[in-house]
Design a protein around this ligand. Structure first.
Ligand code: NAP
Length: 309
């Protein structure tokens, strides 16, 4: 049983399961992958459901996803999670995509189904569940500012906000062109809307240092950080602290450290804040239900994630 497996370990079932008491049937694929918290969460759910299998970390090089998935299918894997940097590459390796995966344009979950590779995305619906759990409100009822809409997580979150019909979404990104092109894509969700005059009333693209950012943030109910800023102690804030007001809910997709500088700023401003652990949990529970319908237990999975009973 290794903390991290590589594609070389997929040479045979015997090699893969050497020294382990249960066969590997699920995995999380990424690079680097050794820090992934997914195995603890999913192994707890597998054990609770009485499913005799193990969940492993598999390090895969960019460009090797298709070949790796084919090999896993041959070895009888049930499915896998896909993480950085493979969420876009994995799309091309799929035979089918679910509606969520198509809408978001990235996948984080795969099911091997009778010779077919099905790609799905649970990151965005997982975030919606997390917001409800943390703040007791529906994401679709909020005006939302998303920071980092040039990345995979930010795109997925902003797309989910548009799909749920959020009245206003501010797409904030250092490279503003990426936010602008996402705003164009998301306009389709507003074209048929009868309660807005037009897409221009709902979607705004800007940089974090735009002179209008403070006023825009003032109109938002929820601010979501989907940049990596906050993972390192010396990182600057992803948004000026002066933008945060007491009425805000602030959600940081980062969960290590548990209190980022942004969450500390939210606390200092009298706003409510929460970190990305709940998003990780709910995307995991939705993935588990995709592999084993109706069998995810979020209480058990949370214990597996935090190591607490
Ligand atoms: P990514 O693809 O690398 O996204 C990077 C985004 O952050 C881009 O919009 C980028 O802007 C912006 N950015 C990067 N460095 C920046 C800097 N120095 N200043 C300003 N903006 C910067 O990463 P990702 O996969 O989307 O993940 C983003 C964050 O979400 C990570 O912290 C990740 O851990 C977290 N996440 C959490 C969960 C969860 O379950 N809780 C799930 C997924 C991701 P440009 O476009 O200008 O480069």
């Amino acid at each position: 049983m290794k903390p991290v497996y590589t594609t070389t370990d997929l040479a045979s079932r015997e090699l893969l399961d050497q020294g382990a008491s249960q066969p590997a049937r699920l995995a999380v694929l990424g690079k680097p992958i050794k820090h992934s918290a997914s195995p603890g969460m999913h192994q707890a759910a597998l054990d609770h459901a009485g499913l005799d299998m193990r969940f492993i970390r598999l390090e895969v090089e960019p460009g090797e996803i298709k070949e790796t998935l084919n090999k896993m299918q041959e070895l009888g894997f049930v499915g896998c999670n896909i993480t950085v940097p493979h969420k876009l590459e994995a799309i091309d390796a799929c035979d089918q995509l679910t509606e969520d995966a198509q809408a978001i344009g990235a996948i984080n979950t795969i099911l091997f189904d009778n010779g077919s590779i099905i790609g799905h995305n649970t990151d965005a619906p997982g975030l919606a569940r997390a917001i409800h759990e943390e703040f007791g409100v529906d994401l679709g009822d909020l005006r939302v500012m998303v920071l980092g809409t040039g990345g995979g997580a930010g795109r997925a979150i902003a797309t989910q906000c548009a799909r749920l019909g959020c009245d206003q979404i501010w797409l904030v990104n250092r490279t503003v062109e990426k936010a602008q092109s996402l705003a164009e894509e998301l306009q389709n969700y507003y074209r048929q809307s009868d309660h807005l005059a037009g897409p221009g009333d709902a979607l705004y693209a800007m940089t974090p240092d735009d002179p209008g950012i403070e006023e825009a943030a003032g109109h938002a109910d929820l601010i979501i950080n989907a940049t990596p800023l906050g993972m390192q102690r010396m990182d600057p804030l992803p948004l000026s602290g002066s933008c945060i007001q007491p009425h805000h809910m602030v959600y940081d997709a980062i969960y290590t450290p548990p209190v980022t500088a942004l969450l500390a700023a939210a606390n200092a401003a009298g706003a409510r804040g929460a970190n990305g652990l709940s998003m990780l949990l709910h995307q995991g529970a939705l993935a588990f239900d995709f592999w084993f319908p109706g069998q995810a237990n979020t209480t058990v999975m949370k214990q597996g994630l935090t190591g607490q009973k």
